[in-house]
Design a protein around this ligand. Structure first.
Ligand SMILES: [Zn+2]
Length: 704
């Protein structure tokens, strides 16, 4: 289970345009996205560019334009920061991005900049000139309408860098990282096969670099930004695929709106809805469950080999024994589809015994139509020692927190003997496959979701601490917040990451508290009681409401100050604005769990008079008419009443009450009539948040 942050980040919405042709290369371009394989490791050939007249001083492009144009031209480049404030791009300020395969040039650092000499390569200088040329140029030709939509889609994301500096690491550690990056690329291939998009990469037009960037960023052809997701023609490939796409089910099944129900009601439902299988048809046309290891053998076998190799590389390090064991166990799981031993090894790692955080395999089910199949991802990070403070504070309180939630849930739920681990803090190196979204990133996650480790509450939880902490993201978030809050509430807003971190810790901890996924009422787990999507929404709603409630509970016990609690509450309301702005449903009308929970929380807080819309007042930015205030004196009471309601619904398996909350606060319908205050709030939030592009994370790893 995870907690994403729908961040709100600005950049002037520039009219995007690019030249019609990609830079010419002396090496034939590889097919888009095609080179991720174990037999073609990242150290593939380095292209050389025709010599270009190098600009003497790279001061033509502003930083934001440089980063935007790199995307429009499918170049793996990012101007990190104008560190020396000379309005000029200097070699140390250039980052080369991970994962841009199939472009005209190699994606390796050395192709672009000579780090020893501190000089740009001729390939880079040539590309810079192309970017300058592309600025202000228009796309025309028969495919122009689609391509301009793609640029608009890209423009709704602000490229945001997640950079890891490994220069001080040992050669062994660097080699280990290189291997995991290969695993990450292969994992993206499995994920795209699960999504049903992998083969579509071949249809991305070669002369359309912005489409290649879109395909890479979104891991498929579809547009997913708010203003373009419903544009039928917005797609990385001409003749955009219509309707549901998925590689997990036979094509003919996908057009049937009720196919998920049909599978879960099937006599062979155990295999068909198993998280680690794919549904295919037998020669007689019957649906059958095929193990992932069979369906994705082309990727899973090489990954198993790479993980074993990584274990060998890390083996000489006496401080990484737990990691070595996990790598070997994961390697085996990639051959036999039995994930339990890998989970056992994984749960034994943590801040105390490894420098690295690594999770590789199938985990979350959010992004597939039936919410039952586990999707492949790699989450690879460095463990950050700062979590020790929260672990020491909250570890002794786990049992009491469980008693709190159990008390509020009421019968038939009774407090369990909980023994979960509190989150480790991690700084992400690379997220790949299902972990890498077009916009924003997961900021907290509890795994695994299945098997004994999950059922016995022995899983691990992490909070991602290096997302949204760059100065651009913080400034952007403040700007959006100032457009929504009145002056008085803005005074309690902070860009200090600490309150958000605490909230994330509590949210993730709460997935292990109260009635959770495996809790049974009348012999049924939540999925069986509520159905997949509603069960996901209510598990997330429980976790996030617990984050609100437990904040005051901690303040009451003097574990944190009242000011800490207030700042966290204001930050959590901003978090909910971000998710509301994403819209409540996907294009196929699947509910978005976090948007739903955010809308329910906001609706409840407004009903209780905590959050108020003041139509006559000017927002804190001095520009927008109408703004929200948060009455912090009433917050604790409202958080408690919502906690009681939500924990009770889950504890009793009360599907009717759950649906009623969704109807009232998500669909804004009360007593059969439109609920106007609800509609108005959602509309204003969406309009003001969407003025700013959302961050799209790109990763860069400095070896040299
Ligand atoms: Zn969650």
């Amino acid at each position: 289970m995870r907690r994403p942050l729908a961040a709100l980040v600005p950049l002037p919405a520039l009219a995007l345009a690019a030249c019609g042709t990609p830079p010419e290369a002396t090496v034939a371009p590889a097919p888009p996205m095609a080179s991720a394989s174990a037999s073609a490791p990242p150290s593939a050939s380095v292209a050389t560019a025709p010599p270009a007249a190098p600009p003497q001083k790279l001061d033509t492009l502003k930083r934001a334009d440089f980063n935007r144009l790199a995307g429009a031209l499918f170049l793996p480049l990012y101007w990190t920061a104008d560190t020396n404030k000379n309005d000029t791009l200097d070699p140390p300020e250039l980052a080369v991005l991970w994962g841009f395969r199939g472009g005209p040039y190699a994606a390796e650092d050395a192709a672009w900049v000579d780090r020893d000499k501190g000089q740009f390569s001729s390939t880079f200088l040539f590309s810079y000139a192309k970017m300058v040329e592309a600025q202000g140029a228009k796309i025309d030709g028969p495919d122009a309408a689609r391509r301009n939509l793609v640029l608009s889609e890209l423009g709704q994301g602000r490229p945001t860098l997640v950079e890891t500096d490994l220069r001080a690491f040992t050669p062994g550690e660097k080699r280990f990282v290189e291997i995991i990056l290969e695993v990450a690329e292969l994992t993206e291939r499995i994920f795209q096969k699960q999504k049903g998009t992998w083969d579509m990469r071949l249809r991305v037009p070669k002369g359309s670099p912005e489409s290649q960037t879109l395909f890479f960023r979104n891991q498929g052809p579809r547009c997913e930004a708010p203003l373009t997701q419903n544009e039928a023609a917005c797609s990385a490939i001409p003749d955009a695929p219509k309707g549901r796409i998925s590689g997990l089910y036979p094509l003919d099944m996908l057009s049937d709106a009720k196919f998920c129900d049909a599978l879960s009601g099937h006599a062979d439902k155990k295999t068909l809805t198993d998280p680690f299988t794919v549904v295919r048809r037998s020669p007689e046309g019957k649906p059958i469950g095929v193990p992932d290891t069979t369906a994705y053998a082309d990727e899973m076998k090489p990954i198993a080999g790479l993980l074993a190799k990584a274990a060998e590389v890390i083996a000489p390090d006496p401080k990484e024994k737990a990691l070595e064991k996990y790598l070997l166990a994961a390697s085996k799981a990639f051959t036999d589809n039995d994930w339990a031993p890998a989970d056992e090894a994984w749960t034994k790692m943590g801040v105390d015994n490894s420098r690295w955080y690594l999770r590789v395999g199938p985990d979350e089910t959010y992004e597939e139509p039936c919410n039952t199949k586990a999707l492949f991802h790699v989450s690879f990070a460095l463990i950050n020692q700062k979590s020790l403070k929260w672990q020491k504070k909250l570890d002794p309180l786990k049992i009491e927190m469980e008693k709190e939630l159990a008390g509020l849930a009421g019968p038939p739920y009774t407090a369990r003997n909980v023994s979960f681990k509190l989150p480790d803090f991690i700084d992400i190196v690379v997220n790949a496959g299902d972990s890498r979204s077009p916009f924003g990133g997961t900021i907290g996650q509890s795994l695994p979701n299945f098997g004994a480790v999950a059922n016995e509450g022995r899983g691990r939880t992490v909070a991602m601490t290096n997302f949204y902490t760059d100065p651009d993201s913080m400034a952007a978030l403040r700007e959006t917040t100032e457009s929504l809050f009145c002056k008085v509430t803005m005074a309690t807003y902070t860009t200090d990451p600490e309150p958000q971190l605490m909230s994330t810790v509590l949210h993730e901890a709460a997935h292990n508290l109260g009635p959770a996924h495996q809790y049974k009422v009348a012999g049924k787990i939540d999925r069986e009681v509520f159905g997949g999507p509603l069960a996901s929404t209510f598990e997330e709603l429980k976790a996030q409401t617990a984050a609100l409630y437990l904040t005051d509970w901690l303040a009451g016990r003097k574990e944190i100050t009242k000011e800490d609690a207030d700042r966290a509450h204001v930050r959590d309301v901003v978090w909910s604005f971000g998710h509301i702005s994403r819209g409540m449903y996907t294009e196929t009308h699947a509910p978005k769990s976090y948007s739903h929970l955010a809308a329910i929380q906001l609706g409840h807080l407004m009903k209780e008079g905590v959050v108020t819309w003041n139509g006559g007042e000017t927002a804190a930015n001095g520009k927008d008419q109408g703004c929200f205030t948060v009455d912090l004196a009433k917050f604790a009471g409202a958080a408690r009443s919502l906690m009681k309601e939500v924990a009770g619904i889950k504890g009793r398996g009360d599907k009717k009450a759950a649906e009623a909350l969704v109807k009232r606060y998500v669909d804004c319908e009360a007593d059969g009539k439109p609920h106007e205050a609800c509609q108005k709030a959602q509309k204003v939030i969406t309009e003001r948040v969407l003025r700013q592009p959302k961050p799209s994370f790109f990763y860069s790893i400095r070896f040299k």
